[in-house]
Design a protein around this ligand. Structure first.
Ligand code: ZN
Length: 166
């Protein structure tokens, strides 16, 4: 059983069974990973307070086939809205370190244009994949840019698209 320590940004949390929690982290050394936290929903949990979404933490976790956080220490808070943290979770691949994105987030320089540029999807000058007009949204699921009217035409829920500045 391997044990790892890394700095990470907590992206999201969700209940897992009666007492446990499933957390998604963006870790400096490992990229995005999902990990269980035992008894995180118990009122006596020592870890839960450190693992609120948007927190920068140093975490220790075990790889037991799946990941389990065994220690966490909060070191700061990112100024990123919960909905954007969830979009980051949906956008990032599993277990792929993204050092440039990590640096951008640690600097407190979060913007979707910056994040997408760092990941290789520069919104500047990007065109709608359907009509060629100036792009206003990026779809993480499709990895393509779209304009606002094509998003509407597709019946897309705008929440699932990332707003960009062309
Ligand atoms: Zn379009």
């Amino acid at each position: 059983m391997e044990e790892y320590v890394t700095d990470a940004l907590v992206l999201t949390k969700a209940p897992m069974g009666e007492r446990d929690g499933r957390y998604t982290l963006f870790a400096e050394r490992f990229g995005k990973l999902a990990a269980k936290v035992k008894s995180s929903r118990a009122i006596t949990s020592k870890l839960a307070g450190h693992l609120e979404p948007g927190s920068f933490v140093t975490v220790r976790f075990l790889d037991m086939g799946s990941f389990q956080v065994v220690d966490a220490l909060k070191s700061g808070k990112a100024d990123i809205a919960p909905a954007d943290l969830a979009r980051l979770r949906d956008l990032l691949p599993d277990l792929q370190a993204e050092p440039d994105l990590w640096q951008l987030l640690v600097r407190g320089a979060f913007s979707w244009n910056g994040v997408l540029r760092t990941l290789g999807w520069d919104p500047r000058g990007a065109c709608c994949a359907l009509c060629g007009r100036s792009a206003e949204y990026f779809s993480g699921a499709r990895q393509e840019f779209f304009c606002g009217s094509c998003v509407l035409k597709m019946g897309g829920n705008r929440v699932s698209y990332i707003k960009v500045e062309p």
